[in-house]
Design a protein around this ligand. Structure first.
Ligand code: NAD
Ligand code: UD1
Length: 343
């Protein structure tokens, strides 16, 4: 594999930071752009000490077309992995304009600059949310029509559409749309991990904050679903497996025959909320307080990925277990009870 210089947008964030390390380990160079709306600059020094390499980082908002254009004019870039975006489902319902402007705007300015400077390879962060409410389980990439139940989710559907149209109209652009299931876990060093600002929306960071004493108890949203134990089932995937999926995808683009292709990145297994709580209790070595409350609006009972396409075409498969996800999350959270320091 020829070493590439990969622009990682949103590379200071949760999934981006782990992917930066995986790219460096695979022998590629990186250039990070992040405006730190949802991350802290201190992640960079952690990445540098873990990798033993200097990590070039530019801090600006990618919706700024001129700044994005200048970046491409001055830097050598072989491929782009585009993580930057806002991602809180609930917040997107109250601030739809911000979500559409940021998520669509950053993608448009990146793709414009890529076209102008002849950068042909893009890996895009999509989500299982694009399957909407009606897709049969396990989710397969061939399912249509894509839909979502939140402005956040619609930004993913729209970005997939925009990127598909642009790729079809261009000569040589290659785009991988990676549909993540539920990313959890942390780097095995415990030095980098998920650091949500404010009250966590997602299950794993909430459990981790209960375990470390930052929150009193978990509210379990519903135990009367038609599932194995009445609680919702999801396909949790370790962030290091996800990072490896990005390396596989960016390396695959050169040989990809279609201009655009979607890939599910999941394990293919559903884990219930109760199973996750108990697995985390095992990692911590004690029981964790939780209370069953009403269902959360918009939650689906159970879904998981069919990741056969990623396995056959990218040569990628998730290898880490629920136990690994809990042990690594706990190492990160217990070593960094308040997340990343401010400076
Ligand atoms: P994150 O918030 O930790 O990382 C995103 C990073 O992008 C942050 O560091 C933020 O500061 C930066 N950013 C946002 N808007 C920007 C802009 N306009 N210009 C420059 N930087 C900007 O999120 P994450 O969990 O690492 O998710 C990465 C991507 O994967 C997102 O696009 C998200 O929608 C997608 N995704 C995440 C999940 C998940 O559960 N974490 C699931 C499916 C898809
Ligand atoms: C959520 C988003 C999805 C997004 C994904 C990113 C919604 C409806 N869906 O998925 O669009 O792509 O995050 O990872 O917001 N739970 C609790 N208590 C909590 C938190 C969660 O019981 O405090 C339960 C939820 O009801 C759900 C499961 O845990 O059944 C997982 O929740 P979460 O981590 O928020 O992920 P999703 O809802 O699958």
């Amino acid at each position: 594999m020829v070493a590439m210089r990969v622009l990682v947008s949103g590379g200071a964030g949760y999934i981006g930071s782990h992917t930066v390390l995986s790219l460096l380990e695979a022998g590629h160079d990186v250039l990070v752009v992040d405006d730190f709306t949802n991350s802290k600059p201190t992640v960079t020094s952690r990445l540098e000490s873990l990798s033993g390499q200097h990590i070039p980082l530019q801090s600006f908002d990618l919706t700024d077309v001129d700044k994005t254009e200048r970046l491409f004019a001055h830097e050598q870039i072989d491929a782009v992995i585009h993580f930057a975006g806002l991602k809180a489902v609930g917040e997107s319902v109250t601030k739809p304009l911000e979500y559409y402007a940021n998520n669509l705007g950053s993608t448009l300015s990146l793709v414009r600059a890529m076209s102008k400077h002849n950068v042909r390879h893009l890996v895009f962060s999509s989500s299982a949310t694009v399957y909407g409410d009606h897709a049969p389980v396990p989710y397969q990439e061939t399912y249509e029509p894509l839909a979502s139940s939140s402005p956040y989710g619609w930004t993913k559907v729209m970005q997939e559409q925009i990127l598909s149209d642009v790729a079809a109209a261009s000569d040589g652009l290659k785009i991988a749309l990676l549909r993540y299931f539920n990313p959890v876990g942390a780097h095995t060093s415990g030095e980098i991990g998920e650091d949500p600002q404010g009250i966590p929306n997602n299950l794993m960071p909430f459990i981790a904050q209960v375990a470390v004493g930052r929150r009193e108890k978990l509210s379990l949203y519903g135990d009367d679903y038609p599932t194995k134990d009445g609680t919702c089932e999801r396909d949790y995937i370790h962030v290091l497996d996800l990072a490896a999926g990005h390396v596989a995808a960016v390396e695959h683009l050169e040989s990809m025959s279609e201009p655009v292709r979607a890939f599910n990145l999941g394990t293919g297994e559903g884990t219930s909320v109760l199973q996750m709580i108990h697995a985390f209790e095992k990692a911590v070595g004690r029981e964790l307080p939780y209370e069953v409350v009403g269902r959360r609006a918009g939650d689906l009972p159970a879904y998981w990925a069919d990741s056969t396409r990623a396995e056959t075409e990218l040569g990628w498969k998730a290898t880490r277990s629920i136990e690994d996800m809990c042990a690594d999350t706990w190492r990160w959270q217990s070593q960094n009870p308040q997340g990343y320091p401010d400076a």
